[in-house]
Design a protein around this ligand. Structure first.
Ligand SMILES: [Zn+2]
Length: 236
């Protein structure tokens, strides 16, 4: 089966001060996209279900899709979650446990926006949303020595497991940067799958430690995203 994973950062008005406007999708644009996906039969799933399918222990809906968010902005809870709920979709949010309640301080040049707190994360989990790790401090894993990279991976998983009271098995590599060494360290740190960014669907033989995600930006109309999903169905 070919399974799409979409990646978003912020559902919000594009900040005029942002040097990375592609990290924004406007609320109305997001609402229209989800309505279209729902109407054409897409069903949102989480990574546990996807992994169970890959192991052969679960089935998937006819048109599965995974919706993901990087960094864990508070606006995910305040703006994105109500729109997702309205259309019956869940999402997986990749958070940075060392910076909960802080801001995106790893992007010093960008407008600083609040990140979710631990209690906001627990409330969303209780509401059917899923969480994964984005490392402990939004670390550039490919640039770290192995012991430091392993600490970032392991500490973030353990902190999130304590916060959520359940296993955390998915790692989202910051800046989508990963290589063979980082993927091996992620496995060693207890992750069962990892996600980067690449415009491809995920096939039954795609490396689960390097799953592909399709970025959606403020420039992408609903039709552009739908066309991508259609077109990528024919590409390996
Ligand atoms: Zn990030």
């Amino acid at each position: 089966m070919a399974v799409p994973i979409l990646v978003f950062h912020k559902i919000d008005a594009v900040s005029p001060k942002s040097r990375v406007p592609r990290n924004y999708v406007r609320p109305g644009q997001f609402d229209a996209l989800l309505a279209s996906l729902r109407q054409s039969g897409y069903a949102g799933i989480g990574f546990d279900q996807y992994l169970a399918y890959r192991r052969g222990t679960a089935t998937l809906p006819r048109k599965p899709i995974l919706i993901t968010f990087d960094d864990g902005y508070r606006s995910n809870a305040e703006i994105a979650a109500p729109i997702l709920r309205k259309h019956g979709f869940t999402a997986t949010i990749f958070v940075v446990p060392g910076l909960l309640g802080g801001t995106n301080s790893w992007d010093a040049d960008e407008p600083q926006e609040p990140l979710m707190t631990a209690s906001e994360i627990r409330a969303l989990r209780a509401d059917g949303f899923f969480f994964g790790s984005h490392t402990y401090s939004h670390a550039r894993l490919t640039a770290l020595p192995p012991d430091a990279a392993l600490r970032e991976l392991r500490n973030s998983r353990e902190a999130l497991e304590t916060l959520l009271g359940e296993p955390v098995r998915t790692i989202c590599y910051p800046w989508a940067q990963h290589d063979e060494r980082v993927r091996a360290l992620a496995q060693q740190a207890g992750y069962a799958c990892g996600v980067g960014i690449r415009r491809r669907l995920n096939r039954d033989d795609t490396d689960v430690m390097a799953l592909h995600r399709i970025p959606v930006t403020h420039l992408d109309s609903t039709w552009r995203v739908r066309w991508d999903l259609f077109r990528l169905g024919f590409r390996q």
